[in-house]
Design a protein around this ligand. Structure first.
Ligand code: ATP
Length: 289
């Protein structure tokens, strides 16, 4: 049997780091939303008890280090699946970019294997397995728009943002999330107003949403990679309503309403950056097809 799942990227409309916990993880408050830029996961069941990963990208590993592989391994163990699975992963989401590409691939494998093997499970159960793989995987299992707390695994669904375009620009560098967290001084860093962002989404207030974006990690990444601040500046100069770094970076996004304006920002950015995308937000109720 064969099935296909999309693995959409996310952006952080806000990302606050509250403190470092005794278990080594950081306590966070993040408002995240999925966007229409996705990897493709194809799963085929195998009679033999093995996991085969075919990742058509030189930027990601083809073995257990790949989060898609790890997700399949966890599913086999958790649900005592005796058959095997062939995973074909086609990457479209930039790697190590702050867009949770790997986490979303893992989440798509969890959802996909539940379908492929007709398992009696719930999104909540899959999200719990996902949390063992990485802090963003639980959100990616649910998708849509949500407030994620704890170390990112506690998910509260939120309404999708008011309709707008998201213009993304990724400078030609990969950023390690671990490095950025290690360099963060929580007391010195700026903190976004998460409740204001939540309120903006609940009331569908586009202007308030644009005013409420913020990312505690941005200052750290900008110190290491000044091109991140430059891209933000270019976006605002070209007419973006707001711009922010996603996750630990280095991808920067801007929000804008009319498509002509979004196209203008894209054209402006292409002079400074090779990887530019113009996408929509995927609403909670929208399907990914
Ligand atoms: P986040 O926003 O959750 O911090 P990210 O977008 O910054 O994630 P990823 O693209 O998920 O980062 O990749 C981070 C690291 O994970 C890379 O170094 C990569 O080698 C590894 N990795 C493992 N599996 C995958 C995968 N399926 N796709 C992308 N990266 C993967």
């Amino acid at each position: 049997m064969y099935i296909m799942e999309k693995a959409p990227a996310k952006i952080n409309l806000s990302l606050d780091v509250l403190h470092k916990r005794k278990d080594g993880f950081h306590e966070v408050e993040m408002v995240m939303t999925t966007i229409d830029l996705a990897d493709r996961i194809e799963l085929t069941s195998l009679k033999k008890n093995k996991i085969v990963l075919e990742a058509e990208s030189r930027y990601v590993p083809n073995d257990e280090r790949n989060l898609a592989y790890l997700a399949a391994k966890k599913m086999k163990k958790h649900y005592s699946i005796t058959g095997g699975v062939h995973i074909k992963l086609t990457k479209h989401v930039p790697v190590a970019a702050g867009l949770a590409g790997g986490s979303s691939d893992a989440a798509a494998v969890l959802r996909g294997m539940a379908r492929l093997f007709d398992l009696d499970t719930t999104p909540g159960e899959l999200a719990e397995i996902g949390a063992e793989i990485g802090s963003d995987v639980s959100f990616c299992v649910h998708g849509g728009t949500a407030l994620a707390t704890g170390r990112g695994e506690k998910i509260e669904e939120l309404p999708a943002p008011p309709p707008c375009w998201v213009v993304l620009a990724k400078p030609p560098i990969g950023v390690s999330t671990k490095t950025i967290y290690q360099a963060l001084d929580v007391k010195e860093a700026g903190h976004p107003d998460t409740s204001s962002m939540v309120e903006a989404l609940r009331t569908g207030d586009y202007e308030k949403m644009c005013q409420s974006v913020g990312n505690t990690l941005e200052g750290v990444t900008v110190r290491l990679y000044p091109e991140v601040a430059q891209l933000k500046e270019h976006m605002l100069q070209a007419g973006a309503d707001t711009s922010l770094m996603s996750g630990s970076g280095p991808t920067v996004f801007s929000l804008v309403e009319p498509d002509v304006k979004a196209r203008r920002i894209c054209n402006h950015l292409k002079g400074f950056c090779d990887e530019v995308y113009m996408v929509r937000v995927l609403g909670t109720k929208e399907t990914l097809d």
